[in-house]
Design a protein around this ligand. Structure first.
Ligand code: UDP
Length: 314
């Protein structure tokens, strides 16, 4: 029965991890949340602490990890995930993607649990095919500043498949595209929280480059639904999850400005190194395998996120 099911969420106090903890609790799972709080925040899960079906472990997943009792599922979501975070913590980013994935896989093997890796659209790098399908091998600069994240996640996928093939661990790989929503950190440097913070403070909105680069933004609740379905499916190959609704960064900034009612001006700043020019998921596989597609339009997702930032602050 549902109450017997136990899931470990690494990075459980982060933006995505905390939403996943809530979702699995709502489905009747017992949730073990592990985080070293380097980019995650205890306040993301504060409201869950004290519940008998929720346990928090303040632990670094790159060290040997142990949790008591059986586990049915390990969701490996621990990693710095915004460019400024992984540029500030390049070694930790490489370690959590490599050593951390190794430890989390080892735990899943020991517990005979299913393992789901949070991979990323960054495995496609600055993509030469568009939109990106799962069978595209990517265009990543291994020695560029973003390489620490991209290559760590590529290694994480490789070791996940090795554990699947060699140790018969039951694995899943999700490649996440840009996601946004409540509990992003206003200072995490990503486009949405940066633009929203600037708009709310009446400061100039900083567009990197000419703003013609594109991204495809998925609201967090849609993403969590896809991850939940993938974790319950029998599908081992990587699956893209994201919203195919592609938009230029300039248009995105204008949306944020409009929804906040801000009078901020749009200003341009230099484009960071290796910033991908385009990004849009092909979600044909997620549609076929999971019957999944995003349902929350950008306008609604932005409104919900704005309500959160207005109500709770950062
Ligand atoms: N970006 C921007 N201004 C900012 C922050 C980000 O123009 O203040 C751009 C960034 O250069 C990139 C896009 O917005 O082209 C999305 O950046 P983000 O850091 O959110 O995620 P990425 O998809 O690059 O990992």
């Amino acid at each position: 029965m549902a109450a017997d099911r136990r899931v470990l969420v690494t990075g459980g106090a982060g933006f995505l991890g905390s939403h996943l903890c809530e979702r699995y609790l709502a489905e009747g799972w017992e949730v073990l949340c592990m985080d070293n709080l380097s980019t995650g925040r205890i306040r993301n899960v504060e409201h869950l602490i004290g519940r008998p079906d929720f346990h928090f472990y303040h632990q670094d997943v790159t060290e040997f990890i142990h949790v008591p009792g059986h586990l049915d599922l390990v969701l490996h979501f621990a990693s710095p995930a915004s460019p400024i975070d992984y540029l500030e913590m390049p070694i930790q980013t490489l370690k959590v993607g490599s050593l951390g994935t190794h430890k989390a896989l080892g735990l899943a093997k020991e517990k005979k649990a299913r393992f789901l890796l949070a991979s990323t659209s960054e495995v496609y790098g600055d993509p030469l095919i568009h939109p990106q399908k799962e069978d595209y091998w990517g265009n990543v600069n291994p020695i560029g500043v973003r390489g620490v994240y991209d290559e760590a996640k590529r290694f994480a996928e490789a070791i996940t498949m090795a554990y699947h093939r060699y140790h018969q661990v039951d694995t899943r790989i999700v490649r996440l595209f840009n996601t946004y929503g409540p509990r992003m950190r206003l200072d995490d440097g990503r486009a949405l929280p940066t633009f929203m913070g600037q708009a709310l403070r009446g400061e100039p909105i900083t567009i990197y480059g000419d703003g013609s680069q594109t991204r495809s933004f998925c609201y967090v609740d849609d993403l969590v639904e896809g991850i939940y379905r993938l974790s319950q499916s029998g599908y081992v190959q990587p699956v893209n999850l994201g919203n195919p609704d592609e938009i230029t960064i300039r248009a995105f900034a204008e949306h944020v400005k409009a929804i906040t009612g801000s009078t901020s001006e749009l200003v341009h700043r230099p484009l960071p190194q290796d910033d991908p020019k385009v990004r849009q998921p092909d979600i044909g596989r997620a549609r076929d395998v999971l019957g999944w597609e995003p349902t929350i339009p950008l306008k609604e997702g932005l409104q919900r996120t704005l309500d959160h930032f207005r109500h709770i602050g950062d």
